[in-house]
Every structure is written in structure tokens, then in C-alpha cells.
Design a protein around this ligand. Sequence first.
Ligand code: ADP
Length: 383
Amino acid sequence: MKRVGVIGGGQLAWMMADAAQQLGVELVIQTPSENDPAVSIAQEIVFAPVDDARATEILAQKCDIITFENEFVNIQALSVLAQQGVCFRPRLEALAPLLDKYHQRCYLSDLGLPVPEFFALDQTENLKSKIEYLGLPAVLKSRRHGYDGQGTFIITDFATLEQKLSYETTTKTLNQSLFLLEEFVPFERELAIIAARSVEGEIVTYPVVETQQEQQVCRRVIAPAEITPNQVAEIHAIAHTLLNSLEVVGILGIELFLTTDGILVNEIAPRTHNSGHFSLDACETSQFEQHLRAVCGLPLGNAALQCAGAVMVNLLGYENSHSDYQSQRQQIAEIPQAHVHWYGKTESRPGRKLGHVTVLLDNQNRESAYPIAHSIESIWYPR
Ligand code: ADP
């Protein structure tokens, strides 16, 4: 029996529960609030913020390995624990280049992987020349702690950029060096791939998927993506390069842009990822089981689809409420081949991920996913 410590107690940790039980693994969770989803499934809990390394020291005493469902950690403080022999999987060296979006872009570009043009914003006087180089619109991103589009701003004119920077820097006591400025990519589609690497270095990839974002938040995922075998091969090669170079143990989520000129890497998440939720119902080994298998030193499982295709729709909050949306969930569950996952959050807020639904498909026609996603969304969102 292994005890796995998980830093972060959101839905990504919650979704590890079934796999943990099957594999005979106990989960000990470090998370700040008793309302967090994974509290209900944890064997034991250390109540503390995810970046509290002293709490992680306590977590380490309760388990054999520590992994992450949230990367907003304090690497420097954790490295002291690693030096004392605490086993982090993935290891901290694999996380380090990824936590800051600017460092991540530099890492990818040093590896020779295709990325959008980017700059760190460190000198105000160069702002104009950077914008002239990138053109408008451009994209401004907080270098750290961005998620679900929080911290990502599409900038359409220079005045808005200046305004945004001065607002973000004064209200959040940040400084400009904590921003990344990059070209706006006029992508045809957004794609993603989940890949896992074992302790022995074996790599398993999930099918490439199409992700659809609205206001920078993921709304839908279609598996598999309707792309050419060459594009699939290119994405597999990107995944292999990244996992091997980082020597990751566990799951990596890789988000990409498909453009008329080719593929660009947008973002890497060193953990299970929203674009892989379909695997819970559509694959023999879900991304959550795969992650636990990898970090526990077990052989990796089969990541192939067990059905022709699948569409995953996020159930996002659209109001401030304490409702559990029982009747909408019930109606969605009645859709043939639908699997509803409800994270048990006690509070709904606009844009908050409250649950998701995956519908298994009997074909790989992208168009057939649309009416299904539409019917889920018309039940879920008020008209
Ligand atoms: P987060 O970490 O918040 O998920 P991302 O960098 O993944 O931030 O951006 C969220 C979404 O914003 C992307 O999925 C995409 O739709 C849009 N986006 C981000 N960067 C760009 C870009 N350079 N060009 C065009 N759209 C972008």
C-alpha cells in the first residue's frame, strides 16, 4: 500500500479517488479549505495553502511520495524538503522551468519547439517597440498564477495595454517584469495532448483532442481531433521531446495552436488537465489513474479510446449561488451515453468549473459532437 501526498485538493485531486481505490493507494491531501472537492475522498488532510512548504513537510511525514494537482507551489521552499530526501514526482527540476510562463516559453524555444513570438515586459520604454514588432492584437499574460484565462488579456490597442499594466501593477502590487507579452495567434483550432511518463522512462500518449475556449476558458473538448496523421505525428514528437527533456514522471498536459502555417505550443501543465477529462469515461486508463500509476512506479496503462470518439463539456458557473443544480444535472444525465461528473463545490461563481459531462460517440465526425454539446449547454446555461 502506497500513500501519495497530493498538493492541491480541487477537482483534479478529487478525480483521482476511484483510481486510487482500484490501485490500493491512499491519498493524503494538502489543501486550504474544508470545502475543497478532494476533502471528501482523502484518507487524511493537511489543511494549508498549496504554497505552504511547512505544511508540505507535515504532508511528507504522512506519505511515501508527493505529487501535484496544482502548480502554484513555492519551489524554492520545497527544494529544502527535496534535499532532505522527500520524494516529489514529478521532481522539482521538472516543474521549475514551467511555473513561470516566460520561463516556460524560453524553455520550449531553447528546445527548438515552435512557440508564439514573446517578450518579458521588463522595460517600460520598450513597450512601444515590442508592440510594433508583435503587432496588434497582442496577448498580455501574468507570468505566474494564471489559470482558466485569469491573467490572460487580449490587447487591441496601445492605450489599453498601458491601462492594463498600470491597473494590474497598482492593484495587485505586481511589477511589469511579471508579465509576458506575445503575438496574438490567429489559430484555426486549439488542440491538446495528454502524455504520461513512467519512472522507467516509458511514454504513453492519449489521443490528440480539439479544445474550444470562450473568453479564454475551456468550454468543450472533442476527442479525437480531426487532424492529419502528419499533424498527429508532429504533436507526438513534441510530447516526447518535452517529457524526455524534463524527465517528467506523471502526466503532462500540452496545449497547442493549429495555424495555417503549422503547430505552435501554447502552454504546458505539469499535472492532469481539463483537456484529458474525457479519458475517465472514454479510455481504459484515465489520466488520473495513469498519473497515479506513473508516480507510484507502476507500469503505465492503455490510453487508447475505447469508443469511436467523445465530447466533453465543462459545466461552468454562471451566477453566484449555493445551488447544487440537481435538476439540470439530472436532465443532462438522461442524454444517451452521457457521464456527468459533479465536483461537489458548495459555491458557484461565474466561470468556476463545477463539473463536466462526457458523452461517448459512435463516430469520429467532429460535426456530430456539436448538437450534443449544444443540447448540454442549453440545459445547463439559462437562456
Ligand atoms: P491559462 O493559463 O489561463 O489557461 P492560456 O495561455 O492557456 O492561459 O490562455 C487561455 C486561452 O487564451 C487559450 O486557450 C487561447 O484561447 C487564448 N490565448 C492565449 N494565448 C493566446 C495567443 N497568443 N493568441 C491567441 N489566443 C491566445
